[in-house]
Design a protein. Structure first.
Length: 132
């Protein structure tokens, strides 16, 4: 997976309007944009895009989100797929993270052994509960 820097670069280079406009015919509605929902078949526009917030919301389907969730829904992909599509569109190179540089949330075997010995030595009742 790419780093958080890549995600931010994509968000900096692509506006929500740039991403949504190929799928939805947008019209100005004050400081926002509106159009017919790409998720439902409607006659009156209920799909709003906020360029200031970088978000969309569809009142007819109660769906909303950012550029990534929009591409996920429209293209039927997961976040990783949306990331690739948007990176290509933004001209951002995705560089895989080194798994060794990401801190592990799973304790090492040594940590488990230390925890076990601490509980065993410091909690006399632990012995009774474990033994029974």
């Amino acid at each position: 997976m790419a780093s958080g820097d890549s995600v931010q670069q994509i968000k900096d280079r692509l506006s929500i309007v740039d991403v949504v406009a190929p799928y939805v015919e947008l019209h100005a509605a004050g400081k926002n944009m509106k159009g017919k929902s790409p998720f439902t078949n409607e006659k009156t526009p209920s799909f709003y895009v906020s360029p200031d917030r970088g978000m969309y919301y569809c009142f007819s389907s109660s769906q909303g989100g950012d550029i990534f969730t929009f591409v996920e829904k429209m293209e039927g992909v997961d976040f990783k797929g949306a990331l690739k599509i948007l990176a290509d569109k933004a001209g951002v190179e995705l560089v895989p993270e080194d798994p060794k540089s990401v801190p592990s949330v799973i304790p090492s075997t040594q940590s488990w052994k230390r925890l076990h010995s601490t509980l065993w030595v410091n909690l006399p009742n632990t012995r009774k509960h474990i033994a029974t």
